[in-house]
Design a protein around this ligand. Structure first.
Ligand code: G1P
Length: 290
């Protein structure tokens, strides 16, 4: 089992980051000096993915522009001797083979992923949610692919979260298989505390078999009256083996303001260009606050 394709659903309305996302797709908001979605694509590529399908909508055309060449800008940068900048601009367009399809109506994550059926064909594929940005030594998707390939099974990325958080995510019923690897017995979306299976939540990374498409065809609307990916996975894990990886790394929910600001600070600190400067800046600020 080799995972070569990835799907990035990016058709959400961005209602948690207004007013910035009124006209700028939330996937293009800059985290330090790169748009959020570039981190996702770089993680996919570093995990061995070659072809990427982005599920967009009519308000997101700026995304395909971003991953295109921009000869006028590149020529100007070269003329001005800004060769590194020119190379960066070119690199962002050459990261992977990127394809696009639109989700014509907003009808849930499961509905968005179903749009990838023709692109995926008959092979396993990855799904990376654009709000979930990871900082890790081994790319988080690579950790999932390793398990998916070992067990020949769909694999979801999970981590322990608080009671408050689990009701906003999805919870997993599992049995332990080995260190950090579990077999998934059941999943549910946005559980109330009395319905949660555990405090392990699926956090934005999946490797799925094409069987998920048939499962989604048989998935009725769930939370918010929309087709939920988790509900499709519930059906799938009752039909096929499914694994979970308690992945190593820190995950940021950049779809909300607090998570976005935390990610901004941490990624700036980790960036050799601005890291030492922002560390000093934060220290000085903290002294004044005390
Ligand atoms: C989505 C998924 C949910 C998952 C969460 C975090 O929810 O539906 O299962 O736990 O992302 O990755 P959303 O954040 O879109 O409400």
């Amino acid at each position: 089992m080799k995972v070569r394709k990835a799907v990035i659903p990016a058709a959400g309305l961005g209602t948690r980051m207004l007013p910035a996302t009124k006209t700028v797709p939330k996937e293009l908001l800059p985290l330090v000096d790169k748009p959020v979605i570039q981190y996702i694509i770089e993680e996919a590529v570093a995990s061995g993915i070659e072809d990427i399908l982005i599920i967009t909508n009519r308000a997101k055309s700026a995304m395909d522009d971003y991953f295109d060449y921009y000869p006028e800008l590149e020529n100007r940068l070269i003329k001005d001797g800004k060769l590194e900048e020119a190379a960066e601009v070119r690199r962002s367009a050459d990261l992977a083979n990127i394809f696009y399809v639109r989700q014509k109506e907003t009808n849930g994550l499961g509905h968005a992923v179903y749009r990838a059926k023709r692109f995926v064909g008959d092979e396993p594929f990855a799904v990376l949610l654009g709000d979930d940005i990871m900082m890790s030594k081994t790319p988080v998707l690579r950790q999932l692919i390793d398990t998916a390939e070992e067990y020949h099974a769909s694999t979801v990325g999970v981590q322990l979260v608080s009671d408050k958080a689990i009701t906003k995510y999805s919870s997993v019923l599992f049995e332990n298989v080995k260190d950090r690897v579990m077999r998934v017995l059941d999943v549910n979306e946005k559980p109330t505390l009395d319905k949660k299976f555990s405090n392990y939540a699926i956090l934005g990374r999946y490797v799925l078999t094409p069987g998920v498409f048939d499962a989604l065809e048989h998935t009725p609307p769930g939370h918010n009256g929309e087709i939920q990916l988790t509900d499709g996975l519930q059906l799938l894990c009752h039909r096929e083996n499914m694994m979970a990886v308690d992945f190593e790394g820190k995950r940021y929910d950049t779809g909300n303001l607090k998570g976005f600001l935390e990610a901004t600070v941490d990624f700036a600190l980790a960036d050799p260009k601005v890291g030492p400067w922002i560390a000093d800046f934060i220290k000085q600020k903290a002294e004044k606050l005390n």
